[in-house]
Design a protein around this ligand. Sequence first.
Ligand code: SF4
Ligand code: F3S
Length: 345
Amino acid sequence: MNKQITVSDSLYGQGISRRSFLKFCAITASTLAITGVGVKAFTQALAVARRPSVIWLSFQACTGCSESLLRSGNPLTDRLTVENLILNFVSLDFHGTLQVAAGAQAEAARRTAMEENFGQYVLIADGGIPTGDSEWSSAEGGQSALVLLRETIEGAALVINVGTCASFGGLPASAPNPTKAMGVGDLMAAGLVPSRALLNISGCPPVPEVITGSIAYFLVNGALPPLDSLQRPMLYFGKTVHDCCPRLPHFEAGRFAASFDDDGARQGHCLLLLGCKGPDTFNACTTNKWNQGTSSPTQAGHGCLGCSEPAFWDHPGGFYGLVNEFELGDGTACATPAHPQLPVV
Ligand code: SF4
Ligand code: F3S
């Protein structure tokens, strides 16, 4: 762990103003349900927090989680983007996609970070991990993904799974799961990798502010936030998409769009009949929204796919749930079941 540099040292060293930092802290504190004098205490604690060493491993993934994070802000108008906050919160000592180093040099950086910070570093994972006779479907530096994960998890104080693939297997694990892919938590439960404190930030991709807020909570409190049964922070996954959806008044009044281009859809009517999975999906996307608070899927007219829930790739909602003619590799149909929560009006 870098014992010298604090979060505020790093931010101010990058030319980020104190004003921007205070603004970020106020917004993050509100998402963590911290109000009043608690905001000042949160800000002070975050400013003096030491930046933990982070090793970020990517497995069977589309890189969408990293892409989402890196493109979450507008660098022309705001230097304090989510991604530069994250990169200043932590000492990112290894990230296979972002780092300049490659090959043996990159591998050496990972080993050095592990040795110098053994027992203290944070391991961030994205992507599903192939297992069994498909273990070598993903490999790096002469090691299978599973061996790489097992070795790196050994000295980690905390594992953060970013995205639905690392959390629950995601797309690689969808039927027929040709590489026998698993999420990190399932690997721990099966005894295939050592068990460590685990935080799942699911979503395809996950909401960037949820990653920032969860890391900020850990830095300030030295502990994980309260978690739900799927190891997700309750502060961000405690409510469904439906609970906070701008179309909820129409749902309650029994006004449903019958197609994506009818008058009802244009007037903001509920998308449940079009396969929206908002009532069954826990995520912060309708409260935090995307692209710096611009909009969310249901606000924009696209029903929720359920991207933050396990096995959503096998049973996606929204438009893709309506495309139920095709069959999955195991012969089962990919369909969204009729929803039991239709209101009686
Ligand atoms: Fe709920 Fe989806 Fe309707 Fe929104 S569009 S109110 S999330 S069912
Ligand atoms: Fe994902 Fe549904 Fe939100 S698809 S981004 S959880 S609206």
